[in-house]
Design a protein around this ligand. Structure first.
Ligand code: SF4
Length: 345
């Protein structure tokens, strides 16, 4: 299929709001399935210096793969990490189209950011939602964003996509102005972001996904541009009658994280007010006797027993695969951060 001038071997991909799946793909591949036709790299900005020991995902509620509320951390990865990801994805999945995602404060920053990716990606995504949230614009954000995109499209040597989110006021007028800039496609994200101090928290939920897919489907009718929607319902849970099919392409992030057979139902907790800091030397540990599913919850298989340390009969600590994502800490009641001491200590 053709999406925004890119030839894709399927109608799905990984969104730039993913904080788990791409890392898993790079380690394990796609478990007997074809690699994603398109992968959007995590969004980067110029002046974000995120702390790599902060967790990246928190599950506030989970009843089923169709009823959950997950929170992810925008800007979980530095520019250097994302560039390294792009290089490894290119080598590992040569057929997959790769898109750099950016939230610049101004055109010069967008040019500088995009030049980092020039030989590594097939397209650029400009995240207008994060841009508006991160940088306080003195005049109309919409006019500013449209001017910047128009200029960028005139010089960009590749496909340019604009991403919109519930954090910016959205209308058919704005959509038409965006299309007039010459962009090749619009990505619709149903994930609002809330902020506490400097921390950003992005909400993912199938319910929000259905609501926004329906609201925006009316706006895209007759639009002369490719459209993609980020769905929180996994491809296996969608039928041909679902509203998500109104969009040319479907992108996924948290929808691909859950393995329904192993996650306990009816977990519910408060929304996070800050991200957990996993200090150097600390590792997650779970009790697999009390919560057997926790041994399989880690996307990077950090609790596989042959690779992990058994402290006693039932507590398993994460092995070196652990990259501090935080999923086990919010899904397993018995999860704790512990420090492993050698006999000399
Ligand atoms: S052990 Fe826990 S924190 Fe570490 S990668 Fe696995 S799920 Fe994430």
């Amino acid at each position: 299929m053709l999406f925004a001038g890119l030839n894709l071997h399927g109608k799905w991909g990984i969104s730039s709001e993913d904080v788990i799946i791409v890392k898993k793909l790079l380690i394990f591949g796609n478990e007997q399935q074809e690699p994603p036709p398109i992968i959007f790299l995590p969004t980067v900005a110029h002046d974000t210096r995120e702390n790599p020991s902060l967790t990246r995902i928190y599950i506030a509620k989970y009843s089923s793969a169709l009823d959950y509320l997950a929170v992810s951390r925008p800007f979980s990865f530095s520019l250097e990490e994302v560039l390294a990801m792009a290089k490894r994805l290119r080598e590992k999945f040569p057929e997959t189209k790769i898109v750099a995602s950016m939230a610049p404060s101004k055109l010069s920053e967008l040019k500088a950011l995009s030049s980092n990716f020039s030989n590594l990606v097939d397209a650029y995504e400009v995240d207008l939602g994060l841009m508006g949230l991160l940088h306080q614009y003195p005049r109309s954000f919409q006019a500013y964003a449209v001017d910047m995109l128009e200029e960028f499209v005139s010089i960009a040597p590749k496909t340019v996509l604009a991403k919109v989110t519930p954090n910016i006021p959205f209308s058919r007028d704005l959509l038409e102005l965006l299309v007039e800039t010459g962009i090749n496609g619009v990505i619709f994200s149903p994930h609002p972001i809330y902020t506490i101090g400097r921390d950003l928290f992005r909400l993912h939920s199938p319910l929000l996904s259905i609501v926004y897919a329906s609201l925006w489907a009316g706006l895209i009718a007759g639009l002369e541009v490719s459209t993609a929607f980020i769905s929180d319902r996994a491809p296996t849970l969608l039928t041909e009658h679902d509203i998500e099919n109104a969009y040319d392409l479907l992108l996924y992030d948290t929808a691909l994280v859950f393995k329904t057979e192993i996650v306990p139902s009816n977990k519910i907790g408060p929304l996070p007010l800050k991200w957990t800091n996993i200090a150097p030397g600390m590792v997650p540990a779970v009790d697999i006797e009390k919560e057997p599913f926790c041994q399989h919850v880690c996307p990077l298989q950090a609790f596989k027993q042959e690779n992990s340390t058994m402290l006693h009969t039932s507590i398993v600590t994460a092995n070196k695969n652990c990259d501090n994502c935080g999923l086990c800490l919010s899904l397993c009641e018995t999860a704790r951060l512990i420090r492993e001491l050698s006999p000399e200590e």
